[in-house]
Each structure stands twice: as C-alpha cells, then as structure tokens.
Write a protein that binds this ligand. Structure first.
Ligand SMILES: Cc1cc2nc3c(=O)[nH]c(=O)nc-3n(C[C@H](O)[C@H](O)[C@H](O)COP(=O)(O)O)c2cc1C
Length: 187
C-alpha cells in the first residue's frame, strides 16, 4: 500500500466484522508504535489490551456514568451534544469492537498527551496497513472507579490518554470533508 493510499484508508471505523484480532497482530502493531517520536525519546506510553467484551461494556458504562456526572455539574460543557447517546444504556462507546487498546502513561510526564497522540497515530496507520480499522474513543477515557481501574490494570500513577478500538472493518468509509491547509504566512 503506498503512503497516500494508507492516509486515505485510515478512517475512523465504528462498525466491525464479527472477527477477533489475533493477539500476535495486536503485538506487531504495538511494536510499530515504538517508532513514534516522543519528547526526549522518553517513550512513556504503556498499553492495556482488552479483548473481553464484557469488560469493555463495563468500561463503556463507567465512562458514560462519569461523563454524565460531569455534565450535571457543568451543563454547558461541549459534551452536552452527546448527552442523549450517553443516557442510552444500550450505547456502547466502543461500538462493540473486538479489541480496545488503552494508551496510558505516568501522569507526571509533561509531554504525555502529545507523546500518546503520536503513538496513537502510529498505531492507527500500522493497523490500516494491515487492513484493520481503528477509532480514537475520547468518550471511553473517563474511568475513575478504583476497582475497575485495578481490574483493568492501569498502573498506579498512570492515566488513560487514548482509548483506541481495533477490528476488521465492515467497510472503509470515504474521507470526510477536509478544508485546505490554513497557511497563515510564508516568509
Ligand atoms: C482526540 C479524539 C477523540 C475522539 N473521540 C471520539 C469518540 O469518542 N467517539 C467517536 O466515535 N469518534 C471519536 N473520534 C474520531 C473523530 O470523530 C474522527 O477522527 C473525525 O471525525 C475525522 O474522521 P476520520 O478519523 O475518519 O478521518 C475522536 C478523535 C480524536 C482525535
């Protein structure tokens, strides 16, 4: 697959075939993420691979619950636009994907968000090059309960930055509308 095709094929996928992703393939994809740049080559990211759909559903419910609680305290938050979906008990924020990867890292690392985002991009492109689909699920990052954090294995002092779902897509949608680059000045 040439680079342009790879760029076009990396779409957010929210509908998956009923097919597991072999753990070896997930491990190969995570190996590729090690090539991502990180500040001072700090490589702070740690990964949690979740393939148990029951656990994923409980994580979805926990995240929905916490987002709705936050919304109750701040009714004008941008999250308001997702309120109806979040109130729907049948809504799985992870779209019933066969695999979820949490990119986490030590919360004291100042560049954690940027490092994790670059790592996530490598993950998404590596997956796309293998015919797999991904989607960053910001709605699935709000895990706070001690018990569920312990069960999920989020290391002490680490926080979840990027929840990425992974699976074989039913279809690759065409690229959504993009505006041209906003080049402010050429000097
Ligand atoms: C930080 C971040 C958070 C996102 N959170 C969600 C989410 O919670 N649910 C979802 O369906 N898509 C989510 N997305 C996917 C975006 O909606 C998607 O990338 C955007 O619409 C562009 O579409 P494309 O990825 O197919 O190019 C998120 C993307 C990013 C980068």
């Amino acid at each position: 697959m040439d680079f342009k095709t790879l760029l076009m094929n990396r779409r957010s996928i929210r509908d998956f075939q009923d097919r597991e992703v072999p753990l070896t393939v997930v491990q190969e994809i995570l190996q590729d993420t090690c090539l991502a740049p990180t500040a001072s080559n700090g490589q702070p990211c740690r990964f949690i691979i979740i393939r148990d759909r029951g656990v994923m559903k409980r994580l979805s419910d926990e995240s929905r619950r916490n987002l709705l609680a936050d919304l109750a305290g701040n009714p004008d938050a941008p999250m308001k636009m997702y309120e109806a979906a979040l109130r729907d008990d049948a809504f799985n924020v992870f779209y019933n994907a066969p695999c979820l990867i949490y990119i986490t890292g030590p919360q004291e690392v100042p560049s954690l968000e940027v490092d994790s985002a670059l790592t996530a991009a490598y993950l998404m492109f590596s997956a796309a090059s293998r015919g797999l689909g991904t989607c960053w699920i910001g709605l699935g990052a709000h895990i706070r309960g001690h018990e569920i954090l312990r069960e999920t294995g989020v290391p002490e002092g680490c926080r979840i930055v990027a929840p990425i779902i992974l699976g074989y897509p039913t279809a690759i949608p065409p690229a959504s509308e993009r505006h041209t680059p906003d080049i402010v000045r050429v000097i």
